[in-house]
Design a protein around this ligand. Structure first.
Ligand code: SAM
Length: 287
């Protein structure tokens, strides 16, 4: 199997009739290995060539959903991926043990599940977190690049699509894990700004994503004025780095779990007015 989860289709021939002995790390045959619709060529066609056709037939839609799922399953079956996901999930699980339980997970900015291998790995990590954290609430996802088939794939994993572009300004009332791998600066800042005051200095906002403190050294004066909360947030969070994934080093590079520490919230909260960009209230369906 190739690195990005595709299964190589071998040319048939006598010399290949006897299967090569399996190494102990070979994964079990997946649906993609068995189903001729899900050969490498078909998955590639379904994921890449036709993805811009916005009104596929129901049969074609079903095939594309299956192709994305098979591609994700293949990637998840790879030995290195399994090892990494177990390790990284344990890091997060252990770090959150002493913290108040997470009620919901909100994922912003994961990128294309059909096109981007890092996004696929990040999505597998999301799935792993969901199954290990056993949250009582919901798991939501939004990225403006998602096609309907990607939304359907999420639906199959009980990950709920957010219908509107919240611009990452969701105001939370219960402890929520925001999963925002490699997002843009404005996305983290919008999240901070939306929750700063009501959430007593981000006390209910746990997030996985870039270390925004890192931006402080590189922001121009103009940008520092645009993103004032990066400096303040640096006093709020305890940071736990995600382990490196050597094989696919970009997928989680520089990503941290950020847990709000409990001191000095009262000092920090209220220092900044949030009236300009209030957080979005959840609708009753999403609350
Ligand atoms: C730098 S890319 C990161 C993609 C992927 N996570 C990765 O590591 O390659 C930022 C992502 O944020 C998404 N994005 C932009 N605005 C957004 C918004 N308002 N809400 C959620 N996602 C958004 C973009 O579509 C893009 O997929």
């Amino acid at each position: 199997m190739e690195d990005d989860g595709f299964t190589l289709v071998r040319r048939r021939g006598r010399a290949r009739r006897t299967p090569a002995p399996r190494s102990k790390h070979d994964s079990k045959p997946t649906e993609a290995n068995r189903d001729p619709i899900l050969s490498k060529t078909n998955i590639q066609r379904l994921l890449y060539n036709d993805v811009d056709d916005d009104s596929p037939s129901p049969e074609e839609t079903a095939r594309r959903i299956k192709a994305i799922q098979a591609n994700l399953d293949n990637l998840a079956e790879q030995h290195d991926t399994k090892i990494y996901l177990d390790r990284a999930t344990k890091v997060v699980q252990d770090a959150l043990k002493e913290f108040s339980p997470i009620k919901d997970i909100v994922c912003y900015g994961i990128g294309s599940l059909a096109h981007n291998r890092d996004s696929k790995l990040q999505f597998l990590f999301l799935r792993s977190l969901v199954s290990s954290l056993q949250i009582p609430g919901h798991v939501y996802i939004y990225d403006p690049v998602f096609k309907p088939v990607e939304i359907a794939v999420c639906d199959a994993y009980h990950i709920e699509w957010i219908n509107d572009n919240e611009e990452c300004k969701r105001l939370v009332h219960d402890t929520t894990l925001f999963y925002m791998p490699h997002c843009e600066k404005f996305m983290y800042h919008n999240l901070f700004q939306a929750n700063w005051k009501q959430c007593r200095g981000l006390s209910k906002v746990v997030y996985i994503g870039n270390d925004t403190e890192r931006y402080l050294d590189v922001l121009s004066r103009k940008e520092s004025a645009e993103f004032p909360l990066f400096s303040k947030a640096s006093h709020v969070y305890h940071k736990v780095p995600l382990p490196l994934f050597h094989k696919h080093d970009r997928a989680f590079h520089g990503s941290y779990l950020h847990i709000p520490v409990n001191h000095s919230h009262d000092e920090i909260a209220g220092e900044i007015e949030t009236t300009e960009t209030p957080g979005l209230m959840l609708s009753s369906a999403q609350a």
